[in-house]
Design a protein around this ligand. Structure first.
Ligand code: NAD
Length: 526
C-alpha cells in the first residue's frame, strides 16, 4: 500500500539510512498537513465500512496478514535490521515472533474481551431496571511510534485497533519509514478494504498534523518531550491519548539471587537492541555484599559479546539507530566519568566500524545523584550502584521521574513479590527482565513520566473502544418517586433514600416501603 505515492502536497523527502553502513535504504515523501487532512477524510469512509464487519471477519483478515508475515519472515527481519541497525536475531525474537503471537491472541480473543456485559446494579434491579455495557469502535485511531521497535509496536497497535473495529492511520518514525510502509503492504495483501489502514510517512510535522486533525484517539510511543507536546495539542480537540514514553528502569539484585542468571539477565536487559528499549535496564542496584562478585561476572560476560553489523546471525550487539542517539550515550558516559564513576569496559565508539557502533559499557560506583542515573540514556550502558537494605533498594529504585518497568532478583520469592509491589512502575518482574512487552496478553504502560494509558492485554484493547452503558426500565406503571413535582412527603421519602436505600441493604430499604407507596400515590394523584 504505497499511501506515500498518493501524497498530493508532500513537503521534503525523507531519506532512510542503514545506521550500520551509512548506506541509503531509500527515499519517501513527507506528508503535509493537507495530506493528513485528506487521509483523515478517507479514513472516515474506511471506518464506515470496517465498523460493520463481524469479529470473525476481522480475525480472518488479521490471521491472513499473519500468514503473509510468515511467508516473508526473513525479508521482513532483514528490512527491520537494515533500517534500525539491530541484529537480525532480535528482529526475529523481539519484533516478529512476539507480534505474531499478539496477532493470533487478539484475533482469537478480542470478541470475548469486548463482549457486552451485564452490570450488577444492586437495589436498582428491584425497581425493574437493568444495565449493560457494550463496546463500540472509536472511529479513526492515529498511531505515532518511535524507531526502536518499528515493526512490533505499531503493528501490535494496528491489530488491536482493527479488531476493535476502528480505521487506522500510522505515521511511522522518520528513521524507519520503510518498515512502516511494510505494515501497510502486509494488510493490503491480506485484503483489508481500502482506507481502513493508511500509512503516512513523515516527520514530527506530519505527526503534529495528525494529532491536530481531531481524530478519536492517538496512540503515541516516543520521548517525554514529544509526549508532552502531543498531550497539549490533543487537548484542544479533547482527543484521547495513550502515551508510552521513556524509562530509566531499575534492576534490583539481592545477595541471595542466582547471580549467574542475574548477570546474564542484566547484560541482555541492558544491551539488547543496543540498549534502545524503553524498558532497558538503565540502573542496576546490587546488594553491597556481592557487588564485587556480581560486577566481575557482568564485566566478563560483556567482554565476550560480539559486536558486528545486524545482518550477521552471530552478532550480539549491533549498531545504534542514529548518530543523534550515539551522541547522547557519549555525553552520558562522559558525565559518569566526570562525576567519579568507573568505566570498567567499553566507554567509547567501536573503532572497527564506520557506522553508529558504541561498545557495550559497564560502569561501577554510580550513584543516583549522577546525571546518567537520572536521564534516559537509551544506549548500551549498564551503570551499577549498591544498596545495604531492602528498604534502601526500594527507595533507590523509586528515586526517579520514570516508572515504566523494573526487575527484582532473589531466590526468596516472597521477598521478590513484596519488593515488586513497592516499586512504582507499570510492570515489575521478579527474576525476569524487559520482555513482557512481548506477552500480548499483559498490559503495557508506565507510571509517572513514563506516560499514561495502556497498550496490550484487555486494558490496551479497552483504550480502543468507547464504553457505552445501556440502561432499561421494564416497569412502566408509574413516575419515579424522585421525579417532579416535589412536596414535603417527597422530601421525607428522599431522607429515607439517604438513610435506607443508599445503605445497599434490602432489609433496611424495606423500612422505606410505606413512605414510598404514599409518595407514588401522591404522584399518581397529580
Ligand atoms: P520522538 O519523541 O522523537 O519521536 C517519536 C515519534 O513522534 C516519531 O514518529 C516522530 O516523528 C513523532 N513526532 C515528533 N514530534 C512530534 C510532534 N510534535 N507531534 C507528533 N508527533 C511527533 O521519540 P524517538 O526518539 O523516536 O523514540 C525514543 C523514545 O521512545 C525513548 O524515550 C523511548 O523510551 C520511547 N519509547 C517508549 C516505549 C514505551 O512503550 N513506553 C517504547 C519504545 C520507545
Amino acid at each position: 500500500m504505497s499511501a506515500v505515492l498518493k501524497l498530493q502536497n508532500q513537503m521534503d523527502e525523507i531519506i532512510s539510512y542503514n545506521p550500520a553502513t551509512g548506506e541509503e535504504v531509500g527515499r519517501v515523501g513527507c506528508a503535509s498537513a493537507e495530506d493528513v487532512k485528506a487521509a483523515v477524510a478517507k479514513s472516515r469512509d474506511g471506518f464506515l465500512k470496517w465498523k460493520e464487519t463481524s469479529f470473525p471477519q476481522r480475525a480472518a483478515l488479521v490471521m491472513r496478514a499473519r500468514e503473509i508475515i510468515l511467508d516473508e519472515l526473513d525479508e521482513i527481519a532483514r528490512l527491520i535490521s537494515d533500517e534500525s541497525g539491530k541484529p537480525v536475531a532480535e528482529s526475529l525474537s523481539m519484533e516478529i515472533a512476539p507480534v505474531l503471537d499478539l496477532m493470533q491472541y487478539f484475533a482469537r480473543h478480542a470478541a470475548k474481551i469486548l463482549k457486552s456485559e451485564k452490570i450488577n446494579i444492586g437495589l436498582y434491579a428491584t425497581l425493574g431496571r437493568t444495565s449493560k455495557i457494550i463496546y463500540k469502535p472509536l472511529g479513526t485511531v492515529g498511531i505515532i511510534p518511535a524507531w526502536n521497535y518499528p515493526f512490533s509496536i505499531p503493528l501490535g497497535e494496528v491489530v488491536m485497533a482493527l479488531m476493535a473495529g476502528n480505521a487506522v492511520i500510522v505515521k511511522p518514525s522518520e528513521l524507519t519509514p520503510f518498515v512502516g510502509l511494510k505494515i501497510g503492504e502486509i494488510f493490503e495483501k491480506a485484503g483489508l478494504p481500502e482506507d481502513v489502514l493508511q500509512i503516512l510517512t513523515g516527520d514530527g510535522r506530519t505527526g503534529a498534523a495528525l494529532v491536530d486533525a481531531g481524530i478519536e484517539k492517538i496512540m503515541f510511543t516516543g520521548s517525554v518531550a514529544t509526549g508532552r507536546k502531543i498531550a497539549e495539542s490533543a487537548a484542544k480537540h479533547l482527543t484521547s491519548v495513550v502515551l508510552e514514553l521513556g524509562g530509566k528502569d531499575p534492576m534490583v539484585v539481592f545477595a541471595d539471587a542466582n547471580l549467574e542468571l542475574a548477570a546474564q539477565g542484566a547484560i541482555w536487559g541492558a544491551f539488547c537492541n543496543s540498549g534502545q528499549s524503553c524498558s532497558s535496564v538503565e540502573r542496576l542496584y546490587v546488594e553491597e555484599s556481592v557487588e564485587r562478585k556480581f560486577t566481575d561476572l557482568i564485566v566478563e560476560k560483556t567482554k565476550r559479546l560480539r559486536q558486528d553489523s545486524g545482518d550477521k546471525e552471530t552478532t550480539d550487539v549491533a549498531a545504534m539507530s542514529s548518530e543523534r542517539q550515539i551522541k547522547i550515550v557519549e555525553d552520558h558516559v562522559e558525565s559518569f566519568r566526570r562525576e567519579g564513576a568507573k568505566i570498567l569496559t567499553g566507554g567509547k565508539r567501536n573503532a572497527n566500524f564506520k557506522g553508529a557502533f558504541y561498545e557495550p559499557t559497564v560502569i561501577s560506583n554510580a550513584t543516583n545523584q549522577m546525571r546518567g542515573m537520572r536521564e534516559e540514556t537509551f544506549g548500551p550502558t549498564l551503570p551499577i550502584a549498591t544498596f545495604k537494605t531492602e528498604r534502601e533498594a526500594i527507595d533507590l529504585a523509586n528515586d526517579s521521574d520514570f516508572g515504566l518497568t523494573a526487575s527484582v532478583w532473589t531466590r526468596d520469592l516472597a521477598k521478590g513479590k513484596r519488593v515488586a509491589e513497592k516499586i512504582l512502575a507499570g510492570t515489575v518482574c521478579v527474576n525476569e527482565v524487559l520482555y513482557t512487552h512481548g506477552i500480548g496478553q499483559t498490559p503495557w504502560g508506565g507510571f509517572k513520566q513514563s506516560g499514561y494509558g495502556r497498550t496490550h492485554g484487555k486494558y490496551g484493547l479497552l483504550e480502543l473502544v468507547a464504553t457505552q452503558h445501556i440502561h432499561v426500565n421494564r416497569v412502566l406503571l408509574t413516575s419515579n418517586a424522585w421525579w417532579l413535582p416535589y412536596s414535603p412527603l417527597a422530601v421525607e421519602t428522599f431522607r429515607g433514600f439517604a438513610r435506607y436505600f443508599a445503605s445497599g441493604s434490602l432489609r433496611q430499604t424495606m423500612k422505606l416501603a410505606p413512605r414510598l407507596l404514599k409518595r407514588i400515590k401522591e404522584l399518581r394523584g397529580k
